[in-house]
Design a protein around this ligand. Structure first.
Ligand code: HEC
Length: 164
């Protein structure tokens, strides 16, 4: 009988029944590493916000879609202003000042041309805007980034003609 009990105790001990509670391999899930802040570079902002909106502005005005052109001009102006706030310096230069000096006047003229639905004035102001993009690139040592008026739409999924 005693032998049986001893065997049973031995089995329980071997099975860890009387032993200390097993140490949990992981006491707590490792804290989730915080995602790094969203921090796009200057070129990322130009490429994603400014370049497509410059094109959309030209494409909508070409269709004399003034409602869409007004919207595109607003979005472009807003993107440039946000970049100037998010990235106020580039190579020791003031980005807000550069934005204003190179695109301020053409954007105002574009807005006036859109309100007047004046194709000739729009085209002249849009040419000055595009020159403004390039003069800022040149002033900041990126003269190899040359913007031009879009020759065709790259946006196969957007209709630039006025909505019926
Ligand atoms: C404040 C000056 C400034 C103005 C105004 C400006 N840009 Fe730029 N842009 C830059 C700088 C600086 C870079 C290069 C940034 C870098 O490489 O870090 C750049 C880069 C770019 C690029 C290259 C991005 C890429 O990844 O290929 C495009 C496209 C561009 N700009 C479009 C435009 C257009 C279109 C306009 C006018 C509506 C414009 N930019 C107006 C300063 C300017």
């Amino acid at each position: 009988m005693l032998k049986h009990v001893l065997v049973l105790v031995f089995v329980f001990v071997a099975a860890g029944v009387f032993g200390p509670p097993p140490v949990k391999a992981q006491t707590a899930a490792p804290a989730q590493a915080a995602a790094p802040p969203f921090n796009p570079g200057f070129a990322d902002l130009m490429n994603t916000l400014v370049q497509p909106r410059h094109a959309k502005l030209g494409l909508s005005a070409r269709e004399q879609n003034w409602a869409l052109a007004r919207y595109a001009a607003h979005e472009l102006k807003d993107s440039l202003a946000k970049i100037a706030r998010w990235r106020p310096r580039f190579r020791e230069q003031s980005v807000p000042d550069m934005m204003e000096a190179t695109t301020g006047e053409p954007i105002k003229a574009i807005e006036a041309a859109i309100e007047a639905r004046d194709v000739g004035k729009f085209n002249a102001a849009y040419t000055r805007l595009t020159e403004g993009c390039n003069s800022c690139h040149a002033a900041l040592n990126h003269e190899f980034i040359v913007i031009k008026e879009p020759d065709r739409s790259l946006f196969g999924n957007q209709d630039f003609r006025p909505a019926k």
